[in-house]
Design a protein around this ligand. Structure first.
Ligand code: FES
Length: 153
């Protein structure tokens, strides 16, 4: 299959990889770069487990073709903490007990970061609406919304 070389910045580090042209950003992160924090739930844009930021905007990494990202800046869950210091939303997820199995948590947190950055934390309803593409099968929604609200408020 045809391949391409793509250079992109991931969590502040420039990475150059050669990938099959059909490779998703999610597979590039997980299989080529070993960054397995972004999860593969549905691989079809329906669950939000793979959510990352591309140039500051929220994206489903499973729907994003890696070869389209030449020069892009990608932030994943691995890039949120500052050394040993967690991002405030990561800390809030712990404080609010906002996860059970944890599988959706990286995507929830990346979506929540975008929610806060884009100013959609005006009310629990607004947060719920913004986060509605992130599915939690354990049903932690009330606590997830509270963590985002507490961090963004
Ligand atoms: Fe990308 Fe489900 S794995 S939305």
């Amino acid at each position: 299959a045809p391949t391409s070389r793509v250079s992109l910045t991931v969590n502040g580090t420039l990475r150059t990889v050669t990938v099959d042209n059909r490779t998703s950003l999610l597979d590039l992160l997980r299989e080529h770069l070993g960054l397995t924090g972004s999860k593969k739930g549905c691989d079809a844009g329906a669950c939000g487990a793979c959510t990352v930021l591309v140039d500051g905007q929220r994206h489903n990494a499973c729907l994003t073709l890696a070869v389209r990202l030449e020069g892009a800046e990608v932030t994943t869950i691995e890039g949120l903490a500052d050394g040993d210091r967690l991002h405030p939303l990561q800390q809030a997820f712990i404080d609010e007990d906002a996860f059970q199995c944890g599988y959706c948590t990286p995507g929830q947190i990346m979506s929540g970061v975008a929610c806060i950055q884009e100013g959609h934390t005006g009310s629990p309803e607004e947060i719920r609406e913004w986060m509605s593409g992130n599915i939690c099968r354990c049903g932690c929604y009330v606590k997830i919304v509270r963590a985002v609200e507490k961090t963004g408020g």
